[in-house]
Design a protein around this ligand. Structure first.
Ligand code: GSH
Length: 217
């Protein structure tokens, strides 16, 4: 399999963690988002949305896209270890927590949004940075509100084993801490769970700042 991604990409991080947890190996292909390579003709042929990640399967066929859809595909094709609980209600909770990060928080800080704020709306760097930190923390606070009160929260977001919610939470915390320097003191449960995740090799080794080329820009 080939994974088109980028060291800094949190959506790529989600897929890398999922693949590692499932014990699957991929060839990494870097699409340099900071140089705008996602818009190259060759890559747009892979992913017409011009975003990473995209996963090309060994069996061929069109590449998979959207990190959560890819994680669900991995779950369905390689059920062990499970990344979703068995009960429908638990699955709904895990997916909902994951979506707070992946659908509500993360999309507000991706390169195309940042570029639009800068070039089209002429928003200066100081204000852009406030935007990035604000929306990143908002999503974490929304997750925290569930995690700190709901009895389903355990060592991880849902019980004592890793789920897709933890993968998305970890990416969101990386955005908050490694990129946007958010004050995370108000999200202690999220941070505790993040620390638990980082004890697991799949989470730790996929960390964006540990990828080849990290920090090169
Ligand atoms: N919802 C998508 C997000 C994909 C996405 O926006 N990826 C970012 C990197 S994390 C990207 O490629 N951005 C390119 C751009 O904004 O131009 C997913 O989860 O896969």
């Amino acid at each position: 399999m080939k994974l088109y991604g980028f060291w800094r990409s949190l959506a790529t991080y989600r897929v890398k963690v999922g693949l590692a947890l499932k014990g699957m190996k991929v060839e990494d292909i870097s699409i340099d988002l900071l140089k705008g390579r996602q818009h190259d003709k060759d890559y747009v042929a892979v992913n017409p949305q011009a975003v990473v990640p995209s996963l090309v399967l060994d069996e061929g066929g069109p590449p998979l896209f959207q990190s959560l859809a890819i994680l669900e595909y991995l779950e369905e094709t390689r059920p062990l270890p499970p990344l979703l609980p068995k009960d429908p209600r638990g699955r709904a909770r895990v997916r909902a927590l994951a979506l707070i990060a992946a659908a509500d928080g993360h999309p507000l800080v991706v390169p195309r949004i940042r570029l639009y704020l800068e070039k089209e709306l002429q928003i200066n760097e100081e204000k852009r940075n406030r935007w990035l930190a604000h929306w990143t923390l908002k999503a974490l606070e929304a997750m925290e509100a569930h995690l700190k009160t709901e009895k389903e929260t355990g060592r991880f977001c849902h019980g004592d084993s890793v789920t897709i919610a933890d993968i998305c939470l970890a990416g969101q915390v990386i955005g908050a801490t490694a990129y946007f320097k958010c004050d995370t003191s108000g999200v202690p449960t999220a941070m505790r769970i993040y620390d638990e995740c980082m004890k697991i090799e799949a989470f730790e080794r996929a960390h964006p700042l540990k990828q080849p080329g990290a920090g090169a820009h």
